[in-house]
Write a protein that binds this ligand. Structure first.
Ligand SMILES: [Zn+2]
Length: 134
């Protein structure tokens, strides 16, 4: 990283340093990047560390600053194996956003539709294999 302090795309504060979280699963190893903000609690004087989730490391490198401002990670190509990361990023962004009631209702509708679709597909898949529903 350069000497110049960078601005956090999620909250707009200066990034003091980056943190990485390594997650190992059956699907492989993924590295998630966080922006860390260090401040001092005015009452206790203690150092406070706050983290903002920036996204998976491999995609983070290629993301433009403009897109980062929304806290969303965009991929040049949405590959099959990237879809889950993509969704995870969007959900993280939504959590950190200041949204209106109308926007929240719209998000709820989309999530319900998506969930219904996923459940239907899982049901179809389990009917094919005759595996019990979980
Ligand atoms: Zn931040």
């Amino acid at each position: 990283m350069s000497e110049k302090k960078e601005i956090c795309p999620v909250c707009g504060r200066v990034i003091d340093y980056y943190d990485k979280k390594i997650v190992r699963s059956r699907a492989g190893t993924r590295v998630y990047v966080y922006a860390v903000h260090v401040s001092r609690d005015p009452l206790s004087g203690k150092r406070v560390r706050e983290k903002c989730y920036l996204g998976p490391e491999d995609s983070y490198v290629y993301v433009s600053k403009t897109h980062l401002r929304d806290g969303l990670m965009f991929y040049g190509l949405v590959k099959r194996d990237r879809v889950i990361d993509y969704l995870r990023n969007i959900l993280h962004s939504i959590r950190g956003m200041d949204l209106s009631e109308t926007e929240l209702r719209e998000i709820r509708l989309l999530l319900r539709e998506a969930l219904r679709d996923v459940e239907e597909r899982l049901r179809e898949a389990s009917e094919k294999t005759q595996a019990p529903l979980d």
